[in-house]
Design a protein around this ligand. Sequence first.
Ligand SMILES: [Zn+2]
Length: 487
Amino acid sequence: MKQIVLAIVCSFSFIGMSQSTDLTSQLYDTYENYKETSIGKRRIKRADIQPLIDKYSSNEKFKVTTVGKSIGGKDLSLISIGSGKTNVFLWSQMHGDEPTATQAIFDILNFFNSVDFKVEKEAILANLTVHFLPMLNPDGAELFQRRNLLGIDINRDALLLQSPESKTLKRVRDSLDADFGFNLHDQSTYYNAERTEKPATISYLAPAYNYEKDINETRGNAMKIIVFMNDILQKYAPGQVGRYNDDFEPRAFGDNIQKWGTSTILIESGGYPEDIEKQEIRKLNYTSILSAIYTIAKKSYETISIEEYEKIPENDRKLFDLKITNANYNLMGNSYTIDLGINQIEVDYPEHDSFWYSSRILDQGDLSTYYGYETLDASAYTIKQANVYPKTLNSLAEVKALNFKDLLQQGYGFVRMTTIPNNEINSPFPVHLIGPKYKIPELKLEPGINPTFLLEKDGKFEYAVINGFLVDLKTESIKVPNGMIYK
Ligand SMILES: [Zn+2]
């Protein structure tokens, strides 16, 4: 008897899930039809989304409301669609340098504006009213920084409500008395799923609403939606999902919005191999959030077991961009074996619309509990200083004409110039540029230095590391986005 009951419960839940899963793969496969191509990189600003908001303002299917202004006077816009009783509220980019979900929101709006998926859309719009507040921190986005112009983290202002952006978020939440809330962020690309080399491409949290971390119906429903979305992610990015620690943070919006009665789902977009501008992650946001919206409309999430939530691996922060293991390193006449953890760190150009790299050794020693997006077993190699090319060059054109692979194979990682043009911030070449009097320091590996050296085996340089990027000198390609300038 017990077995029969179980079978009924399971098959019921299976029907609910499989309907949405079919939709999910269709959403994933047809994504390019809805992608908002005018915003295709991470450094987007309020002015970039204004034409899109204007488009929906003049479209009777949508209701667009200016619900507030940032400290810097930029509009905060709410875009709503649907006529259902259940209110779903999504807000993105309260941290200005976390734009992935803002892009996905405009993809989702394109989906709603299209004539496709008629049946599914009717089901959504009859049962739900969906509200989007993209780019809650437009002043931060302008500078590609986390904090707002007051210099505070909006996500620690849910109680004091000092920032107009915070006031707006609370006022909108309260006026909608939203049933479901999607709190949309980006996280560091160095997060991984605990004890695995897989990046946490997406991490989830159903925030706690008290120190006891109780699970009431509001929080339980958020957990169910997360279990549903995790299943989708496992299909397209297996193993690449993490779960945030659920310690109660009384100042944070997610925790408070859960407390105020909105089932709150925190989504953090992390890293994905070779997806610098996070466009694959954006697509995964689009697919999983839209599927979740459909599941809320159909109420098919209700049968999902919240026990599955706890089975999602926890987030950890154990990734480097480049991990070099077991390299031989000579120091003061002795030889040592050392691992190196290297991160390729972005520095914005003054307009905050693009970036260059100034990489660093983050850690060294036994890094066997860490992982890398790229790893090299250097046990057969010895780390050697990169030297200065003996000829001094007069122009960037002369530098450009060099054969960089030959240079690196001869052990040269620095090129001296008579004068370095004033407007150059970094070297556009896979070598560093140095001024006429600059003396390169003797290589001493330590955290904080720019990772530049050669890896020698049997008297030959087989690899170079220039500004934290690995070059395999046995192949033709050199993928170093930029070097440094030392005047
Ligand atoms: Zn954030």
